[in-house]
Design a protein around this ligand. Structure first.
Ligand code: FAD
Length: 386
């Protein structure tokens, strides 16, 4: 992808053309069989979009976050779904920021071309959930290796990734001063340990998301897979969360725009009682309200992205954007189903599928309550509630 002469509006146009090759029928079929959008991901990879954030010296496009956000927003506004591969864009940020020169040289160029897929992020566990520092997966150092035991849940795309970024304890929680200490980050080459210490089991979910349970049973990995210093991995992961939240927010804005485009088109066309249903305020107002919500959330998101790209603190904006864009997408989805009446439930309209897909973003990658806790504690100075 040559972006030197390409503004984001041109990137958006190119992404739109790519998405036009993957219409509703493509996604509907995959949804029914819970299939992976291999062809779509291949096209995005070959066009260089998934390497958008990798610096040019490592073979990526070297775009700012705003460029990656434009790509993901467009994918969703066109009715496609970036969830199958969006993590290929941002998980590598941990290696870029904290990896050794050897790790960067080994992985980043191959991630940029798509030769290596790094799109599995093993953080959440069944017993710790949102309380990440309570995770139990343990990596024990043995000579030149670590031996990993434990379990992750909701490790999305694990079946469609070569590498996993894994968060595991390397010092028990009761032996560290701060509970955020003693957690380390590893790059795991899953191809080398699959069915040899690593077991992956897909979870069937409300929508087609390719999320999995992952089990580690004396899984042996080379010690040089450790990213940065042992025991500091929790901080490394936190560093990447603002980028993830801002990018997922962009997808939510894309979803909201898709729903609203569908709602307005249908409301103009559908004639009931001898006039378009869109002439009724009862139909117009929920669509208009969701649109206003989306625009407000979009402004906040753009402010977060601007701060991120300027190297400024953006935790407040990234968290608030995540909550408000997810809610705006949901409001637009609700209005869209209501506008379509019974047809909102028919698979061939794609609305019920997008409705299921967009619901996720109020829960993952961070749930609304935790965003509110962040605002209360870190922005408003209220006591920590948990
Ligand atoms: C489809 C899907 C894909 C995912 N992909 C990944 C992935 O790739 N990698 C990964 O590591 N994780 C992934 N996740 C996990 C996701 O990040 C978590 O589901 C989410 O963070 C919530 O954790 P939990 O499900 O354990 O809920 P819990 O922590 O059990 O929380 C349940 C509810 O209680 C609320 N709650 C908990 N504590 C508090 C509190 N102190 N105050 C107020 N409310 C509270 C939460 O907000 C939530 O609504 C995915 C999840 C899903 C569903």
């Amino acid at each position: 992808m040559d972006h030197s002469s390409t503004s984001f509006s041109e990137i958006r146009e190119e992404v739109r053309k790519l998405c036009a090759k993957f219409p509703g029928e493509y996604w509907r079929k995959l949804d029914a069989e819970r299939g992976y959008p291999t062809e779509f991901v291949q096209e995005l990879t070959q066009s260089g979009y998934l390497g958008a954030l990798i610096p040019e010296e490592y073979g990526g496009a070297g775009l700012p976050l705003a460029g990656a956000a434009a790509i993901l927003e467009t994918i969703h506004a066109e009715g496609c779904n970036g969830a199958a591969c969006h993590a290929q864009m941002y998980i590598m940020g941990t290696i870029l920021r904290h990896g050794s020169p050897a790790q960067k040289a080994e992985y980043l160029p191959k991630i940029a071309t798509g030769e290596l897929r790094l799109q599995a992020f093993g953080v959440t566990e069944p017993t710790s959930g949102t309380d990440t520092t309570a995770l139990r997966t343990f990596a024990r150092r043995e000579g030149d290796t670590y031996v990993v035991n434990g379990q992750k849940v909701w490790t999305s795309r694990a079946e469609h990734s070569d590498l996993m970024l894994l968060l595991a304890r390397t010092t028990p929680r009761d032996q560290v001063k701060k509970k955020t200490d003693g957690i380390s980050t590893f790059i795991v080459d899953m191809r080398k340990v699959l069915d040899n210490g690593l077991t992956i089991r897909p979870i069937r979910t409300m929508m087609n998301h390719n999320s999995c349970e992952v089990f580690f049973d004396n899984m042996v990995i080379p010690a040089d897979g450790l990213v940065g210093e042992e025991g500091r991995g929790f901080r490394y992961i936190l560093d990447g969360m603002n980028a993830e939240r801002l990018l997922i927010s962009s997808e939510c804005i894309g979803d909201a725009k898709w729903f609203t485009a569908r709602s307005t088109a249908y409301a103009r066309d559908r004639q009931i009682f001898g006039r378009p249903i869109g002439q009724n305020q009862g139909i117009q107002f929920p669509i208009a309200k969701a649109y206003a919500q989306m625009r407000a959330a979009e402004l906040l998101l753009h402010e977060g992205i601007r701060k991120f790209d300027a190297g400024e603190h953006c935790g407040e904006e990234a968290n608030m954007a995540k909550m408000m864009t997810a809610e705006a997408a949901w409001a637009a989805a609700e209005a869209c189903v209501q506008t379509h009446g019974g047809f909102g439930f028919a698979e061939e309209y794609d609305i019920e599928r997008k409705f299921r897909e967009t619901r996720l973003y109020q829960v993952a990658p961070i749930s609304t309550n935790l965003v509110l806790s962040y605002i209360a504690e870190h922005v408003l100075g209220l006591p920590r509630s948990y």
